[in-house]
Design a protein around this ligand. Structure first.
Ligand code: ADP
Ligand code: GLC
Length: 469
């Protein structure tokens, strides 16, 4: 089977969030003697592309309505990844120092059209086309409806929704940008009087998956306007929990962290990482260290963090380290707390892959007060490194974390509400003082297996069922 993933992000090439981690890992676990998995993604102007050499496989021209753009398909000269990645280079639109911007319609349409135009020239077509999120969501529609792609329309195409909040909306006037189709089927593109890329894929893909079973259920109630569509299409919808790349996220071999460790050497290993964090960010090492890593957006509940942390830090019982970027207002508020809580608190505003690994290896607890969390990878990385998660009972967090009170290994709060988060922090602080239990739990969580093997198999079964159709 030849599995072709199409995505805007892929670790380590371009990462904004968990989508990159998933697309950078799943193909690895899908490659075996029967399967080859590959990724097609845009060619951005970033550190990875500047530091590596590429060769051109194909050159052509694509059309967005009446405007033509030259594009090339590139591949890495040296095969440094575990699977093939093909890059769509549309210099005028995609070769930017960012992945997303405020108006991405033309950028990602060009990406999708170039991908399918190129695929038309392949001798061996994919067995499965696997699209990720709204940036690739017009592909199922184009495969089914655009005349020029008719020869590809027997290939099963699946959509994975990593986040239904963002849907790739644009106005009806821009329909001409899509390669010609029978206007009678225009309705497939529309949702609430707009073209809605994600909705079009939910209607046209052969199967739709989301990244955890609970999120799949939640989407039927809360999907930023797509609830009824998802309920209507529920027969072809599946919730498959993400895995983690247990090679990249392995405290025993992780090159980013200060000291490597396994579950026998966890104590000294984690101490060294915590010490480094506390020295670097001026935090009291004797206190339990709580951390947050992530995008500072409403969905992640981070607008409440300043108030929560202000209150939690009041009696100097804990230390806190925040790593993230996003909302300007939250960034400012989080920065302002530094001066007030010197020696107990620091906020690193920005994106830093290395630092994130050290935090997973050195913090005692990881906060995830998400309002929406389709899967969440941070809590699984935390477990693998022996950091105890404190999470809201939602989406993938609900599917991966069990509360200490129920014989579990984490702290759960029901709602995204200041007092509930504070209560969870206070339960965790008491738990920290019971060193025997605390150390035992840390060791145990490192052994929980969230590697991709199980989920890769579920995708495999889904692909097989589609191939039989
Ligand atoms: P989402 O994709 O919604 O942002 P996930 O939990 O799926 O959430 O994945 C987030 C990924 O991005 C994790 O690998 C996390 O470590 C990483 N990450 C998020 N923010 C930062 C940051 N500021 N610096 C480094 N890594 C970050
Ligand atoms: C999205 C979700 C996150 C999920 C990730 C990877 O960004 O917000 O919960 O883990 O995709 O699927």
């Amino acid at each position: 089977m030849k599995i072709t993933h199409i995505s805007a992000e892929c670790y380590p090439i371009a990462k904004v969030g968990g989508l990159a981690d998933v697309v950078g890992a799943l193909p690895k676990y899908q490659q075996n003697k029967n399967n080859v998995a590959q990724v097609i993604m845009p060619f951005y102007n970033n550190k990875f592309t500047n530091e590596h050499d590429f060769e051109s496989l194909y050159e052509s021209e694509l059309k967005l309505d009446i405007i033509s753009y030259n594009y090339r398909v590139l591949t890495l000269k040296e095969n440094i990844l575990d699977f093939d990645v093909f890059f769509i280079d549309v210099p005028d639109l995609l070769f930017k120092d960012y992945v997303y911007s405020f108006d991405d319609t033309n950028r990602f349409l060009a990406f999708q059209i170039a991908t399918l135009d190129w695929m038309l020239t392949w001798k061996t077509k994919p067995s499965i086309i696997h699209c990720h999120d709204h940036h690739t969501s017009l592909i199922p529609f184009m495969l089914q409806e655009s005349f020029k792609y008719e020869s590809l329309n027997k290939i099963p195409v699946i959509l994975t929704i990593h986040n239904a909040q963002y849907q790739g909306w644009f106005s009806h006037e821009k329909a001409n940008l899509i390669p010609e189709f029978n206007p009678i089927n225009f309705g497939l593109l529309d949702w609430n009087y707009q073209i809605n890329s994600l909705a079009a894929a939910i209607k046209c893909a052969w199967a739709v998956t989301t990244v955890s079973p609970s999120y799949m259920e939640e989407l039927k109630e809360n999907a930023n306007g797509l609830e009824s569509l998802l309920s209507h299409e529920s027969a072809k919808c599946h919730g498959i929990l993400n895995g983690i790349d247990s090679e990249v996220w392995n405290p025993q071999t992780d090159e980013f962290i200060i000291k490597n460790y396994n579950n026998r050497t966890i104590k000294s290993g984690r101490e060294a990482n915590k010490k480094w964090l506390c020295e670097t960010f001026n935090l009291d090492e004797s206190k339990p260290l709580f951390a947050f890593i992530g995008r500072l957006v409403h969905e992640k509940g981070t607008d409440l963090l300043p108030e929560v942390l202000e209150k939690a830090l009041a009696n100097k019982e804990i230390s806190v380290l925040v790593l993230g970027s996003g909302s300007e207002e939250t960034q400012i508020q989080l920065k302002q707390l530094i001066a007030k809580h010197e020696n107990y608190y620091y906020a690193f505003i920005g994106y830093d892959e290395k630092l994130s690994h050290i935090i997973y290896a050195g913090a005692d607890f990881l906060l995830m007060p998400s309002r929406v969390e389709p899967c969440g990878l941070n809590q699984m990385y935390a477990l693998r490194y022996g950091t105890i998660p404190i999470v809201r009972n939602i989406g993938g967090l609900k599917d991966t974390i069990v509360d200490i009170e129920n014989d579990g290994f984490g702290f759960i709060h029901e709602d995204v509400e200041v007092n509930q988060i504070l209560h969870a922090i206070s339960r965790a602080t008491s738990f920290y003082s019971n060193k025997t239990k605390f150390n035992k739990t840390r060791k145990e969580i490192m052994e929980i297996d969230h590697s991709w093997y199980v989920s890769a198999n579920e995708y495999n079964n889904l692909y097989q069922s589609l191939l039989k159709k």
